[in-house]
Design a protein. Structure first.
Length: 277
């Protein structure tokens, strides 16, 4: 029998939800934090804790920025809303990790800048390749929205410290866990509009829509007002999915639950399951 991952995106997907779910599934926290240190990024700290979403225990991966590095883009607003309940029981154990004295930051990094940061880190070759693929997909989605070459895109979704950390952390955790097959049957998205620094955008936002279009991702719109699938989440889905059709029969060996940061009518969680078929 083969083992694989099943991403249950019934409440959408974002970068931090994905990292949290993999940590809850068993990715090594110390290894993750040590590797993230090698990115030489400043102005943030990481908190890993256990929270409760709609009565369900979930792991929360939170990249907290200092004032100088705060991001006011819609993607980051989704990731850093403050509408969840913390418990004193932590996600395996409480972890806070501070980064304050590394290299100077840029407010807007380009794709080549980010690929250089990844290449100069201590991430494994596999993790570097996965993170680079996610960033390439994200940059292509933004480039299509702005109608510029992807190398010329300077934007908060990719350039922000928290987004770099989320994507690098996800790739590090996936590489550590070592699964080769990923099933992701559908992305459940909300509807309406969302405010970002450039104004009010429709949901799915243009970058997400472009990624869904280019990579033929299966999308379903829920009667929920709000953004459930962020551009980072869509890029992750496009980068890792090997099949959109679940095996007809499978066993569930273990489940990781990652917490989102906003409250909607649906539970704000991402479930990632190890399945065997």
């Amino acid at each position: 029998m083969k083992k694989a991952l099943y991403f249950d995106c019934a409440s959408g997907i974002s970068g931090d939800m994905s990292v949290a779910a993999l940590l809850d599934l068993g990715a090594d926290k110390k290894m993750l934090l040590d590797t993230l240190d090698s990115l030489k990024l400043s102005g943030y700290k990481i908190e890993i804790s256990e929270v409760e979403k709609s009565g369900i225990a979930a792991c929360d991966f939170n990249v907290l920025l200092d004032k100088e590095h705060e991001n006011h883009d819609h993607d980051m607003e989704y990731l850093h809303g403050d509408n969840h309940e913390h418990s004193h029981a932590e996600c395996h154990h409480e972890h806070e990790h501070q980064h304050s004295a590394h290299t100077l930051h840029h407010e807007h990094r380009s794709l080549p800048d980010i690929l250089t940061i990844l290449e100069n880190s201590s991430m494994t070759a596999g993790a570097k390749a996965m993170a680079s693929k996610i960033f390439e997909i994200l940059a292509e989605g933004e480039a299509r929205a702005h109608r510029v070459p992807k190398e010329q895109v300077h934007f908060h979704e990719v350039g922000a410290v928290d987004s770099i950390v989320d994507i690098a952390a996800f790739a590090i955790c996936m590489d550590f866990l070592g699964y080769e097959e990923v099933f992701l049957p559908v992305l459940k998205e909300g509807q309406g509009t969302i405010r970002c620094q450039h104004g009010i955008l429709p949901i799915p936002v243009p970058a997400t829509s472009n990624i869904v279009c280019t990579h033929k991702l299966p999308l379903s719109i829920l009667p929920v007002q709000g953004e459930l699938v962020t551009p980072t989440g869509a890029a992750i889905a496009a980068a890792i999915t090997t099949s959109y059709t679940l095996p007809e029969i499978f066993q569930i060996n273990k489940i990781g639950v990652g917490a989102g940061k906003r409250e909607y009518e649906v539970p704000g969680i991402l479930r990632v399951m190890e399945i065997q078929y």
